[in-house]
Design a protein around this ligand. Sequence first.
Ligand code: 2AM
Length: 215
Amino acid sequence: CSMVETSLPFYFGWFLCPTQQEKLRNMANEFLSAVGSLEAFKEHVGDCKYELMNLQQYFQDKGVLHCTTKFCDYGKANGAKEYAEKQVVRESYGSKADLVLTALFLTPRTLGAQVSLTEAQLQLWPEDAEKEAVQSADLPRGSRAHVTLGCAEGVDPVQTGLDLLEVVLQCQQGDKGEHVQDLELGPLTYYGKGVWMVKLSEPLNTPAIFSSFYG
Ligand code: 2AM
């Protein structure tokens, strides 16, 4: 009987609690101020389309901070139903996880934090998340995992993970970028085309709840 069909969410993911969100936003602001004030940044600004030097204004907030596991689009996305029905997804629903944030990055399109998933957390990671984004390469599972912290005007948040994968791919191909300097947060690397990443010398451990968003 199809009368009691449960509807699928917009997406599943780990949602940061309010105090952690604030902490991460502060860290992102610190990152933007530090990068935005560098001579090296000003020199490279012509490499991309930053229209404003005020990066805090350039990146627009995209709501509650989270790390998407599966984008379901209310069931329209490939594999949405199968994901929602997985035993591990059902059993983990509502449980707490400690996410480890290892880097912050900005590109002309997005601002994000890289998430390093544990083996247990990878159980909730869709098999094809990386392949779906970059078909041609063999990227490690979980390498797309991130928290979107902001997007340039007119940019959809799905872009953040794609921008992150481009950096991962570039590193995999042997281009480790140019070490610019050490910020208080950690070493800063420039990858060209307006892409900057700081590897956090102290990764941020942040508690989050595995749940879903209906919108
Ligand atoms: P994000 O994970 O980079 O923030 C609603 O749009 C949420 O689902 C956002 O968190 C967004 O990006 C994510 N999202 C949107 N479209 C997606 C897609 N095609 N694949 C994966 N995640 C997507």
